[in-house]
Design a protein around this ligand. Structure first.
Ligand SMILES: [Fe+2]
Ligand SMILES: [Fe+2]
Length: 271
């Protein structure tokens, strides 16, 4: 267990990249075409690719908030944003190898489709977080932890459900990096939330009121819903979501008994 956010950063910086050049070169890209990709998962892959790519936009936004100005978090984000962008590019490569024409301009295309409401929303986050200053770090870190833990589990599910050996190889690397990101956010959140009761109350309030599944906002709601209901369908899916994602957040200070995430997802997976 870490006592300070600096210790968490030092740990993060000691972690080698799972998606090293050697690992990426060892992926059997030329065999992608030998196995079918279930068409139901193509929109899921595209969604994931775009969200990974949007990390940079999110990073630019966060830099303007009190959290983004924190030197430890800032240092983490410099490396983290590069890794996420790499995930986006690797997912795009997989799609291309599978014969799905994504086009040279997929990044511009994805950005162009971001709803204007999202831009307004991020402006509000920027300004509403400012008065709370350092108390806001906890909420930000919980939010990040939820997104990373969700991403990690989403990739695991996709890997299991798609049954594509080359995709699996790629996702093993991505999952490993998402797991490291999750640990960073989760542990910094723990450190920050332990500091004051006010941080705990603020974080629980903000997550309970405003949390939306990762990417929603930058992506239309029906696309986010499609991804969630494809990866975690029905009662069984919801239980899994609660077990793997909800429970881990509940273990953070101030989040005991918090069921906000699972409640938000329940109507989407139609339980
Ligand atoms: Fe990622
Ligand atoms: Fe990540």
């Amino acid at each position: 267990m870490f006592e300070t956010d600096k210790e968490v950063l030092d740990w993060y910086e000691r972690q080698p990249r799972a998606l090293s050049k050697e690992y990426v070169n060892s992926i059997r890209w030329n065999e992608v075409k030998n196995y079918p990709v279930n068409p139901a998962f193509i929109p899921v892959l595209i969604y994931m690719r775009d969200i990974e790519y949007f990390t940079d936009m999110y990073y630019q936004e966060l830099r303007r908030t009190p959290t983004g100005k924190d030197p430890v978090i800032r240092k983490f984000m410099d490396r983290w944003s590069i890794e996420e962008l790499h995930h986006g590019n690797l997912l795009n490569r997989f799609l291309e190898e599978a014969g799905i024409r994504t086009g040279k301009n997929w990044q511009a295309e994805a950005t162009r489709k971001i709803p204007r409401l999202y831009t307004i929303g991020s402006y509000l986050v920027d300004h509403s977080s400012r008065p709370f200053g350092k108390y806001f770090h906890g909420a930000h870190m919980v939010w990040g932890a939820i997104n990373e833990i969700t991403a990690m589990n989403a990739y695991r599910r996709l890997s299991d459900l798609a049954g594509h050996p080359v995709l699996k190889q790629l996702l093993i690397g991505i999952v490993q990096e998402e797991s490291i990101h999750s640990s960073f956010y989760w542990n910094v959140a723990r450190v920050k939330l332990r500091e004051t009761q006010f941080s705990r109350n603020l974080a629980r309030f903000i997550i309970g009121k405003f949390w939306k599944p990762v990417g929603q906002g930058a992506k239309p709601q029906d696309e986010a819903n499609y991804v969630i209901s494809t990866l975690w369908p029905g009662k069984e899916g919801l239980d899994l979501f609660d077990q793997k994602i909800g429970n881990r957040i509940e273990r953070l200070p101030g989040f005991l008994g918090f069921k906000g995430l699972t409640e938000r997802v329940a109507p989407i997976v139609q339980v």
